[in-house]
Design a protein around this ligand. Structure first.
Ligand SMILES: Nc1ncnc2c1ncn2[C@@H]1O[C@H](COP(=O)(O)OP(=O)(O)OP(=O)(O)O)[C@@H](O)[C@H]1O
Ligand SMILES: [Mg+2]
Length: 451
């Protein structure tokens, strides 16, 4: 070990960036360089004898590390602490690493400490910058995450909206097709009704005069027979041939039954016109029973007996209903869908159960059409039921969904009930629901507000 040459020590002591001092074990300054003195704004002479940590501490507060320094000094051990201060211009904060090393006179006796401080501002600044950068990057990450999440959920929402819109469009398209079919059927029916109306009216109007004319002719024959009673074999032979007696009796009956037929034709023509009522864009007063009857008439060909089953019985139970304000054509469309479904269900179960004509005759296929007023007289209730196979709960849950069908491809589109519910609920403010158990048939109930 050799001492530093005096010039080196001098050169070090003169460096403006180095704080150098010598203290005793109580922390009192024994010597300090100019840099130390400049920091404290005291002269070197004034500094001597003062505790160094009082000099360092700003505004005469205790240094945070004071207790630690004291303990080290008492124990005779070295100490190190970091220390922040403001330079003269007060602009930037600087950092010093203060290093106190005991100076031993001999192996055991320590009477002095050297104090040397090096500037660690750059390192500190780097640490602070790093910390700031880290927290900034964390912040950015968090923000990015939030934005990505927001954007993702916005995109998901948009996708869902687009899917919803597409679904609605498809539904609308299918609905339009159905409505168009119904209106095409309506137009056809109303055309037929119109065309048969004229000849039927002509027949109805002429039957009574024809009957009167026949009566007149008979009375004329009577008169001839009275006035010209001489026997003429030719006339007699003709009377025998045409069986005048029978003809006289039968002709009025024949005309009556023609009249009945014509009446029936007139009824059918009226029903057809009721069914095909082209829908106005505002509700009209409508007789529900006429609507039901005309729809049943349109479906007559499907109810009729055929080679595999007898006629489907329609059991009507009509209550006393007022006219109701509604979209008549659309209500007929609902009746049509419900009745067609009931017929489909009955036919399907006949086939599935393998019932013969005779089996079905003994246990007839039936459709019930029942109407009544609700207890509070505010609603019309229409029940359309069948004694078909009924529905399993999982089917019943879906029947009002668009495109839900259990029928074979090409047989059902799965739109009937969805459209029916839309017409009843959305167009008329009513309700449509179904009661059904497997093997117990099905009943659809329409609730329609009056007026
Ligand atoms: N009376 C009923 N008895 C048993 N099941 C029925 C009855 N009515 C409807 N369903 C069931 O509800 C399903 C949906 O009926 P919906 O009328 O909506 O469609 P669809 O009859 O299958 O087809 P579409 O009416 O479009 O031709 C039917 O496929 C059937 O499974
Ligand atoms: Mg249907």
């Amino acid at each position: 070990m050799f001492d530093l040459p005096m010039v080196v020590t001098q050169a070090l002591a003169n460096r403006q960036d180095l704080f150098m001092a010598l203290i005793d074990r109580a922390g009192r300054l024994l010597w300090a360089n100019q840099t130390f003195a400049s920091y404290s704004k005291l002269s070197i002479e004034e500094l001597l004898g003062q505790k160094f940590f009082h000099i360092l501490s700003p505004n005469s507060q205790n240094l945070p590390q004071q207790t630690y320094i004291r303990e080290q000094l008492i124990k005779g051990e070295s100490f190190k602490f970091e220390f922040a201060y403001h330079r003269d211009d007060h602009s930037t904060q600087s950092w010093l690493l203060m290093d106190g090393q005991p100076i031993r006179n001999s192996e055991v006796i320590i009477s002095q400490y050297s104090l040397l401080a090096t500037d660690i501002t750059l390192r500190k600044q780097a640490e602070v910058d790093l910390k700031e950068a880290k927290s900034l990057s964390e912040q950015i990450n968090q923000e990015l995450e939030v934005r990505v999440q927001e954007r993702t959920s916005a995109l998901i929402q948009e996708k869902e909206k687009a899917e919803q819109a597409l679904k609605q469009l498809q539904q609308m398209q299918m609905q339009l097709i159905q409505t168009e079919k119904m209106s095409a059927l309506g137009n056809l029916v109303s055309g037929v009704a119109h065309e048969i109306n004229n000849p039927v009216g002509f027949l109805a109007g002429n039957l009574q005069p024809a009957r009167d004319y026949v009566q007149d002719l008979f009375s004329l024959i009577d008169l001839y027979q009275d006035k010209y009673s001489t026997f003429d074999p030719d006339i007699y032979a003709k009377i025998e041939t045409i069986d005048l007696e029978y003809l006289r009796e039968d002709l009025p009956k024949l005309i009556s039954s023609m009249k009945e037929g014509v009446n029936r034709l007139q009824d059918i023509s009226t029903s057809l016109r009721i069914f095909s009522r082209t829908d106005s864009d505002r509700p009209i007063s409508f007789n529900i029973h006429e609507g039901l009857d005309s729809t049943l008439l349109i479906l007559k060909h499907r109810l009729k007996a055929n080679e595999i089953r007898p006629e489907i019985e329609v059991v009507k139970d009509y209550g006393d209903l007022p006219l109701i304000e509604c979209y008549a054509g659309q209500l007929n469309q609902v009746f049509m869908n419900l009745l067609a479904n009931a017929i489909d269900a009955l036919e399907e179960s006949n086939q599935k159960q393998g019932w013969s004509f005779e089996d079905i005759k003994a246990n007839p296929n039936q459709i019930g059409v029942r109407t009544k007023l609700s207890e509070d007289q505010q609603q019309v209730l229409i029940h359309i039921s069948d004694n078909g196979p009924g529905m399993m709960p999982d089917v019943k849950e879906c029947i009002f969904e668009h495109s839900f069908t259990t029928k074979a491809v090409g047989k059902g589109t799965g739109l009937g009930l969805a459209i029916a519910r839309q017409i009843i609920v959305e167009k008329h403010g009513g309700n449509l629901y179904c009661c059904s158990e497997p093997g117990e048939g099905a009943e659809f109930i329409i609730e329609l507000p009056i007026g």
